[in-house]
Design a protein around this ligand. Structure first.
Ligand SMILES: Nc1nc2c(ncn2[C@@H]2O[C@H](COP(=O)(O)OP(=O)(O)OP(=O)(O)O)[C@@H](O)[C@H]2O)c(=O)[nH]1
Ligand SMILES: [Mg+2]
Length: 301
């Protein structure tokens, strides 16, 4: 199965993000801590331009903590200010605020210097930060956390935010919430599958079986005990198809004719993975994917 998902509204969303970026002082680029590589828009530098940016590894509560720490360190070594966040509990949010303040302090210095050279003075205004990322990654949740209130609508399916909205979170900060964006083509099908696993792609356009199948194959290779525990499997299944069937049987998902309902099992596995019920799982490690991030260049800090 090929995952291709670029409905018309995505092109519009991309335009909204790009235009909004032009108005922002700082960008918060939200990645999914479980798939830092696949959740990063390959065109992000083009869309955002050279603006101060910091990387938020959200949903850290669902990811392997050791891997999230490794990713945070790796990104920082590449020159990106970065930090893990759990936008549902608010963990890590204060560190992001401090980092954003740090970025802004540098920018104010530059502006003041320029103004002095031109014999003007600059008046400090609130910082405008744009929050960008793939659908369903937690942008609106993060904004609500930063604002300490429910400003932005949040939901478990991708595509909740449709327009743009400035949210003033304090005297110091105004945040812009925009729709999540995907890119027109997944060069690497693996990226599409992972985005489907973490819930960035609308269910209506997905066949859950191959997506759950890929997840099972990953878990059978890397974390077999998690599957055995969650679904009380006596023996590790030989492959993902056997796994899917076994899980369906254990759950009593049966169809007429003594067949198992592997479709229903696939949906269950994806739902449970997304809720963290299978454990804290990172699908992309620094060891395997770290070198796909380039060092920060120019002024994109
Ligand atoms: N476990 C966990 N869930 C989160 C976290 N952040 C957000 N969520 C959940 O993820 C889902 C999507 O959150 P939103 O804040 O609506 O995501 P969004 O990026 O604004 O999504 P769109 O507007 O659709 O692009 C919701 O069910 C949130 O409760 C997090 O850090 N951890
Ligand atoms: Mg949103």
């Amino acid at each position: 199965m090929g995952i291709q998902w670029y409905p018309g509204h995505m092109a519009k969303a991309r335009r909204v993000v790009s235009e909004s970026a032009a108005l922002a002082d700082v960008i918060l680029e939200v990645l999914d801590a479980r798939v830092p590589y696949s959740s990063r828009n390959p065109d992000i530098d083009v869309i955002l331009g050279q603006r101060p940016r910091l990387i938020v590894l959200n949903k850290a509560d669902l990811a392997d903590p050791a891997e999230t720490e490794a990713w945070t360190n790796h990104l920082r070594e590449l020159g990106w200010p970065a930090g893990p966040v759990d936008a549902t509990s608010g963990r890590g949010v204060q560190a992001i605020v401090s980092a954003a303040r740090g970025l802004m302090a540098r920018k104010w210095e530059e502006l003041e210097e320029q103004a002095r050279a031109q014999g003007r003075t600059v008046r400090k205004r609130s910082v405008k930060a744009l929050v960008v990322g793939i659908p369903n990654v937690g942008k609106s949740s993060l904004i609500n956390r930063l604002g300490g209130e429910k400003h932005a609508r949040v939901g478990a399916i991708p595509g909740i935010t449709t327009g743009k909205q400035w949210v003033r979170v304090s005297k110091e900060f105004a945040l812009m919430d925009v729709p999540g964006i995907l890119w027109p083509k997944f060069e690497d099908q693996d990226v599409g599958y992972k985005l489907a696993m973490v819930g960035a792609i609308r269910e209506e356009v997905l066949d859950p079986e191959p997506v759950a199948g890929r997840l099972l194959a990953f878990l059978l290779t890397h974390r077999p005990s998690l599957l055995a525990e969650r679904y009380q499997l006596r023996r590790p299944p030989a492959d993902w198809e056997a796994g899917l069937h076994e899980i369906a049987r254990r759950r009593g998902y049966l169809l007429p004719g003594a067949r198992v309902d592997s479709y229903k099992a696939a949906i269950l596995i994806l739902q449970e993975f997304r809720k963290g019920l299978l454990g804290r799982i990172t699908l992309e490690t620094v060891a395997e994917f770290g070198d796909r991030f380039r060092p920060r260049t120019g002024d994109s800090r």
